[in-house]
Design a protein around this ligand. Structure first.
Ligand SMILES: [Zn+2]
Ligand SMILES: [Zn+2]
Length: 365
């Protein structure tokens, strides 16, 4: 828990990012992680670390970790329950999403449900009504005691709080393990490929580092900015199929680079729909993946979009088009709000979540 005013707080207050009288604080761990990863990604500019295989790994990683882990796992499945699947698949997707350093599954889901409940209201955790930078990544660098608390998890992600696997992922040692394994896999794979291709020690080291830099550092930064663009860009620029009460937009660029998440106005109108693209040009690779899984029998109960609502949708026609998402029971504030952590922590240590909030690098979106 951040209690003392640190030098970053003083800096942020000086430049007007933080209100000196408010509860928000700069989070040194997260800021160090974000800045560190951006600097590590710049290693890609060193010619010795370039390889076309590395570039392919970065692009493929956007799909594997960003699309499968964040878009499908964290977002469409765990946050909105847009489809059902076996527990092993959900947990696997949650590990892929965790590799993206966007926060733990519980943390990501809680923040995103909060965003849907308060979209572009003062309580929205990342509305561009504050500023573009705030909605894109500024909110991610800040510790807000009202958000980073067991009460928030209890209120917005109680379903995940009941799952022992997700509670384990909240623990710093498991969190670190996920990332260490990820780094090790890329390094070892690169070393094997380098050794076979060049049969030299330098070639082995070069390819191992190239895999790590492009496959992990560059990919992580790219996935960050793609995800964050959904919070920032698609609440400012783009067209609207639905007249929702927030400022959400469908943005062509973000829609394409995010594999479907950028059709954000559609999503705010029909949050539970597993599909975000509604018109023929609104390509949605994430939904295509879900449909293929459905055909294979891997997933079921896929929530289909109300495409009829999107046929002639313009604001001028006054189409409100939105389909209200039923509020899960977990959104109801328990009467004993202050002590609700006792209710939801089950047989696990009661301080498991606060510890993780304090210790893990991540951040929700
Ligand atoms: Zn939104
Ligand atoms: Zn959503």
């Amino acid at each position: 828990m951040l209690t003392k005013v640190n030098f970053l707080d003083r800096l942020f207050r000086k430049i007007g990012v933080l209100d000196p009288s408010g509860p928000l604080r700069a989070n040194p761990r997260i800021i160090t992680g974000i800045v560190g990863f951006h600097l590590l990604a710049l290693l890609a500019c060193i010619p010795w670390l370039f390889s076309w295989t590395g570039v392919v790994l970065a692009v493929a990683g956007i799909y594997v970790f960003g699309t499968l882990g964040v878009n499908i796992g964290f977002h469409r499945l765990m946050t909105h329950r847009g489809f059902a699947c076996p527990r092993w698949l959900e947990h696997s997707l949650s590990v892929l999403g965790s590799c993206c350093w966007q926060g733990t599954p519980m943390n990501w889901v809680a923040i995103h449900r909060m965003h849907h409940q308060h979209s572009d209201d003062p309580e929205d955790p990342h509305s561009p009504n504050t500023s573009f930078f705030w909605s894109h990544m500024g909110w991610f660098l800040i510790f807000d005691p009202n958000i980073w608390s067991i009460n928030t998890y209890d209120r917005y992600a109680r379903d995940l709080l009941r799952d022992r696997f997700y509670k384990k992922l909240e623990r710093p040692r498991f969190w670190r393990l996920v990332h260490l394994i990820q780094w090790a896999v890329y390094l070892v794979a690169g070393a094997i490929v380098g050794a076979i291709a060049t049969e030299t020690l330098e070639g082995t080291a070069q390819m191992a580092m190239s895999f790590l830099v492009w496959g992990v550092f560059v990919r992580t930064v790219l996935v960050w900015h793609i995800t964050w663009s959904v919070n920032s860009v698609t609440h400012i620029w783009g067209y609207r199929n639905f007249k929702t009460k927030d400022n959400s937009r469908n943005n062509l660029l973000v829609g394409l680079i995010s594999n479907g998440e950028g059709w954000h106005n559609n999503h705010h109108a029909q949050p539970r729909s597993a599909a975000h693209g509604m018109r023929w040009w609104e390509l949605d690779v994430s939904y295509t993946t879900i449909r293929i899984w459905e055909k294979l029998g891997l997933v079921w109960d896929v929530v289909k979009p109300r495409r009829d609502l999107a046929k002639n949708l313009t604001e001028e026609e006054g189409n409100i088009g939105g389909v209200e998402e039923p509020k899960p029971a977990s959104l109801k504030l328990p009467a004993s709000f202050a002590s609700s952590a006792d209710v939801s922590s089950g047989g696990e240590p009661k301080n498991i979540v606060p510890d993780a909030v304090e210790s893990s690098v991540p951040v929700p979106r």
